[in-house]
Design a protein around this ligand. Structure first.
Ligand SMILES: [Mg+2]
Length: 126
C-alpha cells in the first residue's frame, strides 16, 4: 500500500498534467471537499442503521463508499498541500488535544460534548 506522501505526489502529478492548479484556490478546494463529503453523506440518505449494516456487505455500495472516502481524502491532501499542513502531524496533534478535552474518566461511554463535560465537572466541584 502506498503511503500518504506517495499518494499526494501522484495527485499533484495528476493535477499538474492537466494544468488544474490554477483552479485550486483554498476556497474552491474547501468547497470541493465539502461537496465530496456530501456525496459520502448522500450514501446514507433514507437509510436506517440496519440498512447500512446490510449494505456493508454489498459490493456495489462498498465501491461507492470507497470512492467517496477517496475523494474526501484527495481534496484534504490538496488543501493540506496548498496550506503547508503536515496532515499526519496535524492528526497526531488533534488526537492529543482531544484526549485532553475528553479525559477517559469523564467521557467513558458518554457522547457528551467537552464543553458540557467541563460544566459537569465544575458543578461536581461546587
Ligand atoms: Mg465523489
Amino acid at each position: 500500500m502506498a503511503d500518504l506522501d506517495a499518494i499526494h505526489q501522484q495527485l499533484n502529478r495528476f493535477r499538474d498534467e492537466r494544468n488544474w492548479r490554477q483552479f485550486h484556490t483554498l476556497k474552491d478546494l474547501i468547497i470541493s471537499l465539502n461537496l465530496e463529503a456530501a456525496e459520502l453523506l448522500e450514501l446514507t440518505q433514507w437509510k436506517s442503521n440496519d440498512d447500512l449494516r446490510r449494505l456493508a456487505s454489498d459490493p456495489h455500495f462498498h465501491d461507492q463508499l470507497r470512492d467517496e472516502c477517496a475523494d474526501v481524502l484527495l481534496y484534504l491532501l490538496l488543501i493540506a498541500g496548498e496550506s503547508g499542513i503536515d496532515l499526519l502531524q496535524a492528526a497526531e496533534d488533534k488526537i492529543r488535544k482531544n484526549a485532553e478535552k475528553y479525559p477517559v474518566e469523564a467521557s467513558y461511554g458518554s457522547s457528551t460534548k467537552y464543553t458540557q463535560l467541563k460544566q459537569q465537572s465544575r458543578e461536581r466541584e461546587e
